[in-house]
Design a protein. Structure first.
Length: 245
């Protein structure tokens, strides 16, 4: 299965892109300010499109409606993250109330679609998406009413951590009751959710000056793991399902 995964064109491109980003942190003579900008704005940007592509590539040939809906929701969730990172990197968006609230909604699209994909039924998906939308609306209202508290980033990061933990728990629970192919997919998503949980926790500690993590260091590589992991899980999952149907 590993050999087949490495033959997948999307996996190969994603690995080459990721390896190119990682190499910049090890090559001698790369300017420190360039690496700092890379870690702040650009390191994951080239990988997220391949996460969405990994889900939708060849999806038209999938006849099972629930399977198709699962990968569509996964693709939309990654596109939502790209919708945050693209303007942040290319348009050099800054932290303003309008931008931050827009970013919040994109993050909740990511969380909503991830959780909805675990449901795999329209009824369950709708309920999970509604819960995420309600939470996003509440956070937005709180941001507008208490901007000083919102500026501390605690409401946002604590909410992210709750949803990260929710994704981890939901995917682990789905794994226990799923057929073998789906069980492997949910395990991969749970592992990736755990990595996201750690990165969000570190981001919160850094933002509140409780942890010293400098951009431009090799530690930036850890933040590139979630999009790469999503690519691998998606292509591995698509291949497993193809061989079992």
């Amino acid at each position: 299965m590993t050999a087949r995964l490495l033959r997948d064109p999307i996996v190969r491109v994603a690995l080459v892109v990721w390896a190119g980003i990682v190499a910049l942190y090890f090559l001698p003579g790369v300017p420190a300010d360039f690496l700092e900008r890379l870690g702040d704005r650009y390191s994951t940007l080239p990988i997220w499109p391949w996460a969405s592509a990994a889900c939708v590539y060849g999806l038209a040939s999938v006849r099972n409606r629930e399977e198709r809906r699962f990968w569509q929701l996964q693709a939309v969730s990654f596109a939502a993250l790209l919708a945050i990172e693209l303007p942040w990197a290319l348009a050099r968006a800054s932290h303003t109330p309008g931008w931050d609230i827009t970013a919040e909604w994109c993050y909740f699209v990511y969380y909503g679609c991830q959780l909805a994909s675990a449901a795999q039924t329209r009824k369950g998906a709708a309920g999970l998406i509604a819960a995420c939308v309600a939470a996003a609306a509440g956070l937005t209202a709180m941001a507008l009413a208490h901007m000083a508290a919102y500026d501390s980033a605690w409401p946002s990061y604590l909410t992210y951590l709750v949803f990260d933990a929710a994704m981890l728990i939901v995917f682990l629970r789905r794994r226990r009751h799923a057929p073998p192919a789906w069980s492997a997919i949910f395990l991969g998503l749970a592992i990736t959710s755990a990595i996201v949980l750690v990165t969000d926790g570190l981001d919160m500690l850094w933002y509140e000056n409780l942890l010293k993590i400098d951009s431009g260091m090799k530690t930036d590589i850890f933040w590139t793991l979630p999009p790469l992991a999503y690519v691998l899980v998606a292509r591995f999952g698509r291949q497993r399902l193809e061989t079992t149907t």
